[in-house]
Design a protein around this ligand. Structure first.
Ligand SMILES: C[S@@+](CC[C@H](N)C(=O)[O-])C[C@H]1O[C@@H](n2cnc3c(N)ncnc32)[C@H](O)[C@@H]1O
Length: 289
């Protein structure tokens, strides 16, 4: 856990570690925080812990993931009970406990996409690195050495997240542009789109990618409407830059945040530090936050 911030489940690409730094670029208080690419909502959890906003809007195109967020926040006890039941089932498989993961994964891919099933798959798979196949199937393998987050730990985490966000949060599973259309002056939009991969390569980390030009147009529209936003976008790992930069004509303030040693570098036995860009909208930058 990062400091005292609770999290629902590990998710590769989660902003849990960077969230406190990202909050430094937000106003002390604003009306509504909109996360069009919510994932596991690490930034909203951190903002709620500091009572920065009155209302939170969590959207992610991945509908089972949004359903998991909703259940964790609105019915944490029931989710924790369902998770514990699933988690305990794996021990009836003895040494072959990883087999249980494949059974739950098959159920999920055949349509039983309940929040507890997804939560179990996420907590049980290698490094929270969710992977999707071409047909949208969850195709990551289990971490064979571990059993996944203990039910007591998971229960404490979802209850803590729920205590921060219940009764203040709206959920949807739309394309990000539909949620941007709802933003009004006084709201703050935080965007963490899927990483920009190699051109034309499908990114198996997420259910969908976001073309660069389309994203640039969506941000240009926020600029025209005078909406405050923060965007995590390109960056650098060691000497290597990744992702295209947003146009300089947007007049955003760009800061590189130190995200530490990347999991990918660590797997390769290297110690490259990753820096992630944070773009601050001209409206916020001019307000001098
Ligand atoms: C980098 S992750 C966000 C991680 C998040 N900040 C967190 O802390 O967990 C990007 C998310 O965008 C979602 N996504 C991909 N394409 C999308 C789209 N067109 N509209 C909305 N969400 C999308 C993915 O499902 C994924 O959860």
């Amino acid at each position: 856990m990062n400091g005292k911030l609770p999290h629902i489940v590990q998710y590769q690409g989660s902003k849990r570690v960077l969230a406190p730094r990202i909050l430094q670029f937000m106003p002390k208080k604003f009306r509504r925080l909109i996360e069009p690419f919510a994932g596991t909502a690490a930034v909203s959890v951190a903002a709620a812990a500091e009572s920065r906003a009155d209302v939170f809007y969590l959207n992610d195109l991945n509908a089972p993931l949004t359903n998991l967020l909703r259940k964790a926040i609105e019915e944490p006890s029931e989710l924790a009970r369902e998770y514990a039941a699933l988690w305990n089932e794996q021990f009836s498989f003895g040494d072959r406990h990883a087999q249980h993961f494949f059974i739950v994964r098959d159920r999920f891919n055949q349509g039983e996409q309940s929040p507890a099933n997804l939560l179990y798959l996420m907590s049980r798979c290698v490094k929270g690195a969710v992977r999707y196949g071409k047909n949208g199937n969850f195709n990551q393998s289990p971490d064979k050495r571990r059993h996944g987050t203990k039910p007591e730990t998971l229960s404490a985490n979802v209850r803590a997240v729920s205590a921060l966000l219940k009764g203040k949060t709206v959920f949807s599973s739309l394309d990000y542009r539909e949620t941007l259309a709802l933003a009004k002056p006084g709201d703050l939009v935080y965007m963490d789109p899927p990483y920009q991969g190699v051109t034309n390569a499908r990114d198996s980390r997420y259910v969908s990618g976001v073309p660069f030009q389309e994203f640039v147009e969506a941000v240009a529209d926020l600029n025209r409407r005078g909406i405050d936003y923060l965007i995590s976008y390109d960056g650098r790992r060691g000497e290597k830059a990744y992702g295209a930069e947003l146009p300089a004509s947007f007049r955003c303030q760009k800061t590189l945040l130190n995200a530490g040693t990347s999991a990918q570098s660590a797997l390769l036995g290297r110690k490259d530090t990753t820096f992630e860009a944070l773009y601050v909208s001209p409206t916020l930058a001019e307000a001098g936050i």
